[in-house]
Design a protein. Sequence first.
Lengths: 285, 476
Amino acid sequence: MFENILIPVSSEFYSKKILERSVFLAERFKSTINLVYIIEQKTLHQTDKISDSFRTHYNRLETSNDIIKKSRLRVDNIILNDAKFFLKNKEIPFKEKIVEGEFSNVVKRELDENNYDLVLMGFEKGCILNYRLLDEVNVPIWIESDGEGKSILAVCSNLAPNQKVPEFSVKLSEDLGWDLHMLYVVDMGDSVEVDETGQRSDRKSEKDLIFIGENFVEKMREKGVNARLVKGGLEKETVKAAEGIGANLVIVGREQKKKNIFGLPVKNVKKKIAEKCRYSILFVN
Amino acid sequence: MTIEADNFSKRRNTLLSRKDVFFIALAFSIVALFYLLPPPDGLTHNGQVMIGILFMAAILWITEPIPLAVTGLMIMIAQPMLGVIPAVDVFSSFGNQAVFFLIGAFIISVAIEKHGLHRRMAFKFLSRFEKNPRIFTLGIMFSCALLSFVMPEHGVAALFLPIIVSILIAMKLVPRQSNFGKVSMLCVAYGCSIGSLGTLIGGARNPLTIGVLSDIGITVTFFDWMKYSMPVVFIALPLVWLVLQFSFPIEIKDVTMAKKEIDNQLAIAGKMGRSEVLVLVILVFTVLLWIFFSSFPYLGLAVIAILGGILLFLTGCISWKDVEKRVPWGIILLYGGAITLGMSMQSTGAGEWIAHLLFKNVGSNPYLVIFAIIIFTILLTNAMSNIGAVAILLPIGIAISAEIPGISPLFASMIIALSGGLAFMLVIATPGNAITYSSGYFSTRDLFKVGSVSNIICILVIFTVAVVYWKGILGL
């Protein structure tokens, strides 16, 4: 399922858990781990721009080189050391490189140039993460977080095509041996139905949307999946259900939620889920 | 392992963005508006144009579509172009001795950096604080502050960045997840900022303040400055350190690895070389001259600074190439613009008019005014460059002091100058914050959280020192 795993680590954020998880997945799926350490260009530029009038070009270059040198030292002394520790006595192919650039652009370029099946990364609220990455990339993105359990929450809704998520989550739960819980959210905040091709319908009544949802849940139950239907906001219900079952992993699909307040678009749904959910999330586009 | 550069990520550096063009157009439009509109009662046309130029400077210094120094130049040429002040008067501000003090201080700082004296001093200071992790972070803060007494704060932050990161890496502490890492890096940022208040060398806004004051006939010597500022420095340092300790409780128990790294670095540095000793002797000599002989009728600040600089050339410690490499000449231009702004705001009566307007709306309780000045300066300095904030507020502060009995121009200027150095909340507020942020050990959220509390503490410290010590004891 995941032969080639990309682990982008930003100079802004690193967690041992990412490596631990990658080794767990690599053992299960016989994958190759590719670690790319990204020295955030945005941070370098920012330091440079703010120091513009106060420090000379030479001084700024010295600082920039210091930052790059120390980032490299950090990779060698901490991250690769951790990797060695987790990979000890395990025959898992491991490659690493350091790139200077902007996180989202580097990840996109890596995905364009190589054949990866999974992006595994860490996340912290204060990071300069370009959230477009979550929508623009076709490869599944696994955001590793806390969670010790062995269960998966797969989230479907009237706002997603619900094609990949059911198939993907069933397969993953079988391969990992984790329990699967499926949630179908009827989100009346944006009362449309998204079809298999990702097209949004006209507005529908609550009754119609619940009927469609119940059909979906019934179909899943026939396949032996523990599925249920709830009514409410997609983000809120996802976080609530994840807390309820103590999910180790939440799988979210290509949702198409569009909601405006006074004509201004509200926060990206994926961003909201990533920020609020304490568990690992797998975005499947 | 080699480092690849992701060319797709590289920005266009040559052309201005639409946002930049918008802010430039906005700044110019405001000047044009102030030039064309009839002035209100009590304000001359020239005064109104100067207020327009002040707004232009504020917009350009906050949004930074062009380098800060270019805005400084723009302020200078706008005044003769709009007929406010003759060109001769505008450019004469470069004759102020504070400009040459700044140049001399920069040259001395070049020698300190070139011979690694600052690095040795940093390690020596740090080695005195290896007792436990908390004391070690206090040591970082004090070391940064002490070094910021003798060289510019941004240079100190840039010096400490690799030193502290090396120590944190040796201790295997990971960015964002280690509170010791957060506190250590924030101690660098805040230590440099607070230390820069201490002497005239730490921040360029300090010579700017004495330059503006000398234009109105008030002389402040090197020692005078220290006399006013040191209580603020030595009260604020431990208080801000305490805020850091409460905000991010340190998770590690010992600093053996840090001690090893410091010993290792001191061993690599070896014994002091001849040039390093010479730089140290000249530095001490210059500082002593500044303390004892910078007042009238002795040598004056600039003569001593330039003398120190020349001695470094005569002893072969530095060459002109070193000066070219490390002296930020842009700041001198920024300084020139800032000082003419202050001068013209006063001579056209614009500062006085703004002060009247403020009293009409806020009232004239001196304590309330002092408090308001401190808060406003700290808010402004968090949103723009320190020197810009001080340049904008000094003429207004001096005009306010003329209106309120009990507040002298020196008192108002010192409040603004010291508050102007306390940009704790945002990464963009000061190069020291940006440099330490680049280490990755703290987030913008961490900085804002702890910076806002520290700023509140410092507001109270400056207010108390100003009212009790400056006014009550020194009679300022």
